[in-house]
Ligand binder design. Sequence first.
Ligand code: B12
Length: 511
Amino acid sequence: MKILLINPPYLTLTSRMGVGHQIPLGLLMVGGPLLDAGHEVKLLDAERRHLPLKAIIEEVDRFSPDMVMTGHAGSTPAHPICVRMLKAIKGAFPEVITVYGGVYPTFHAEEILQQEQGVDVIVRGEGESVSLELVKAIESGRPLSTVKGIAYCVEGQAELSSAREPIQELDAFPIGWGLIQNWDDYQCFGMGRAAVSQFSRGCPHACTFCGQQEFWQEWRHRDPVKVADEIEWLHRAHGVRFISLADENPTTDRAVWHRFLEELAARDIGVHFFISIRTPDIVRDADILPLYKKAGIQYILLGIESVDPQVLKDIKKGSTTRQDLEACRLLKQHGIFSIVAHVVGLQEESWKTFRTAIKQLAYYNGDFVNVTHVTPHSWTQFAEQTKARPIIQPDVGKWDYRHQILSQPKLSPWKVFLGAKLIEACVHARPGKLWSILGTGDRFLRKQLLWCFLHTTAVYWAEIILWKATRSPKKHSTLRLHDPLDRRPYRGVGSRLKRLASNAPMLKSLF
Ligand code: B12
């Protein structure tokens, strides 16, 4: 069968001005087994190429596939553009079978099939084995009901086949690396060619606001040696120098994790990593942090969602403020950057809670702070617990952690926005912070710190400009942040930032 995998043109500041565009690993993982089974598969990365729908339709016409498959890592906010794209494709080529997968469609399958005419089949859960079986069933005319883990429409009614068990042997499915056409398209943190890789899936913890454990169901891992082999091959064959590990909780099993680090360190290939790790695991691994460093781990995202011990308990985080502080200290001691993820809206916010967050986060002294807004994904415990709280942002295209979704009783939206921005500004722009960056002795670390400082500053101001613009609908009536058909807002922000840059020489390097 001829299959076109499309990474939809969901455009964010994170990718365009922040870390950079990353490979769509989910689609490569779906494509690998299909290629292996002899199908003709092509990847169209409409996000990376910033393609408008018209250009996507032309590409579909050129390749003339039997099936189009789509899905995006930023699954919830990317949903509107995914269904608009599938509708346009289905409108132009009614005979093409459209398949949609990923986290959001998994939990909203019935509703999507009933509302969106562009979607033929939804894959629920992991995509590898289901896609293979789906294609086989379609080719052989076998009823769709026999394919576990999908949803489809029969006479206007959504039908769900039985659920599929999580994959146990993750190494059994090849990743479709060959689908990448130009490796220079994917770069991260200014470090050159980058890839996303996955060592484990799932998470044993039950934080109420995170739905990823519901999606993957159980924690499983790949063979540490095979993953290290793959990373070494990516480096030697494609010049990859930076890897984002897509794991929720790679450190779940210390022995396996240790083995993985040893493998990476022994190869000494000079690849650096970005990884999310819980603070209790950093504290647990204090004795092997030199090995972390030797293995190339350079950026660690720490989920320090709140600085209030009661909130940490309420959200079932399973970590303490003491561990959060200690993890930041340990990482600094070993020359590994910490990115502290703080969430606004987990509690009733007030100027007092913002002040406490600023004080406490400055005390933790992580290298960067990323402030996000709590987002009540329907499949999380948090959504259930907060169902009485009014939603102020009904457009799921903006459920990207950068917008406030739930109302706050004490603060209006502009105050919440201001509070979040103040936390970031006060923690990053503390007296001495820039001096400590410039005074960093190690040249590589100093360069990385400066790169991040400049890029986070650019994203910071772009978010403020966009936020202000969306609040003046008359003046900016065409503004649609995630709409690839209308790229004017981004140009607007770009030119405004360029103007800013002309007055601030440090920002110039960004353009
Ligand atoms: C790496 C990563 C990034 C990287 C790279 C993203 C990328 N393009 O690959 C960066 C830093 C750029 C990033 C940015 C964002 N991210 Co991010 N990111 C991740 C992370 C850590 C891993 C994603 C991943 O590759 N997973 C592994 C792959 C294999 O999983 P998968 O994509 O789900 O695919 C599997 C299945 O879903 C399914 N599937 C997926 N697509 C399809 C399609 C078809 C047709 C089929 C059949 C099956 C299928 O099969 C795949 C294999 O089993 C996750 C957190 C996590 N640990 O999961 C967050 C996560 C995906 N990110 C998230 C968000 C919100 C964002 C941002 C919107 C944040 C922002 N405001 O900027 C942006 C989006 C920007 C962008 N262009 O992607 C959320 C999504 C929430 C949701 N469920 O809706 C997550 C889950 C974080 C979280 N804990 O909530 N992200």
